[in-house]
Design a protein around this ligand. Structure first.
Ligand code: UTP
Length: 291
């Protein structure tokens, strides 16, 4: 059974500078809710109660966000703002959230390796802290269901257009159905010609504890970092890895354009913003905005 989640959130966020100079990119809000809160909610909605967040320098705001804030709570209570008081309290009770610091930014593989003593000999889910998923069934739940079936590492994937494969880690293998593939090949950022499929690794994984052994043997790769994809290639030689094309939409807030698009899409779904925002966008798009 998968009971634990690991959320890497230590990265420098260089694609989002200067906002991320002192502020964790995982705390960038989509309107009013920090990105990592959505990520933690996804894990909780999938029944995970034990979450380890990999943090690092400049990431204290993440810890504070999921801690009690007595001053704020008593202020809200004093003002009769019970609804917000309840919501603020809920954040500190969402799950058992633990933190560990990655002292040097040695890559995603190294970040995951920091979870070794926390997850022990259990399989665990990895949710990238800068990527929100929206789906009818939480993506984490979908992966857990597939894990129950195959009892091996499961890579969450999405299909990408052939011409965009060079931005992703692309998988090859035996396609078992539209949604499931047994992975035998993994190529980082291939050209469209090299790509064995259009299945791209997409921010959610279930990993077996054997990944730690593979990580031990993984040399530094691209950007001189320990890459999780390199460790997966080692793991692939030793045990079965499946890829599962989940139902849902991925929002990567680590780059500025996708962050903007995400904010607009989420805002248009909120009753209080939809109409005025749509009117504003129509106005500026038709070039009528004066100031
Ligand atoms: P990214 O590669 O998108 O994050 O990693 P980054 O390195 O912060 O981004 P840029 O390229 O500099 O803008 C995906 C997730 O993995 C975490 C990040 O915090 C992010 O949530 N991560 C990445 C770590 O925890 N440690 C690392 O060494 C690298």
């Amino acid at each position: 059974m998968v009971k634990k989640a690991v959320i890497p959130a230590a990265g420098l966020g260089t694609r989002f500078l200067p906002a991320t100079k002192v502020q964790p990119k995982e705390m960038l809000p989509i309107i009013d809710t920090p990105t990592i809160q959505y990520v933690i909610q996804e894990a909780v909605d999938a029944g995970i109660e034990d979450i380890l967040v990999i943090t690092g320098k400049g990431k204290r705001a993440i810890e504070d966000h999921f801690d009690r804030n007595f001053e704020l709570e008593s202020h809200l209570e004093g003002n009769g703002n019970q609804a917000w008081n309840d919501e603020i309290r809920r954040l500190s009770d969402m799950a058992n959230i633990h933190f560990i610091r990655q002292k040097e930014m040695n890559g995603l593989g190294d970040a995951i390796n920091h979870a070794r003593f926390h997850t022990g000999d259990e399989p665990f889910v990895v949710l990238l802290g800068d990527t929100v998923m929206r789906s009818a069934i939480p993506v984490t739940q979908q992966l857990i269901d597939i894990y129950e079936q195959y009892q091996c590492s499961i890579l969450g994937v999405e299909t990408v257009p052939k011409e965009k494969v060079s931005r992703y880690g692309i998988l090859g293998g035996n396609q078992i159905s539209d949604h499931i593939m047994e992975v035998t090949d993994l190529i980082e950022k291939p050209t469209p010609k090299e790509a064995p499929s259009n299945f791209a690794i997409a921010a959610r994984y279930i990993l077996t504890p054997e990944i730690y052994k593979a990580l031990e043997e993984t040399p530094r790769g691209k950007n001189n970092e320990i890459q999780i994809t390199d460790a997966l290639k080692i793991l692939m030689q030793r045990e079965k890895i499946m890829a599962y094309k989940f139902e849902g939409k991925r929002y990567d807030i680590g780059n500025k354009l996708d962050y903007l698009k995400t904010t607009i899409e989420f805002a248009l779904e909120r009753e209080e913003f939809a109409k005025p925002l749509m009117a504003f966008m129509k106005e500026i798009c038709s070039g009528k905005k004066k100031n």
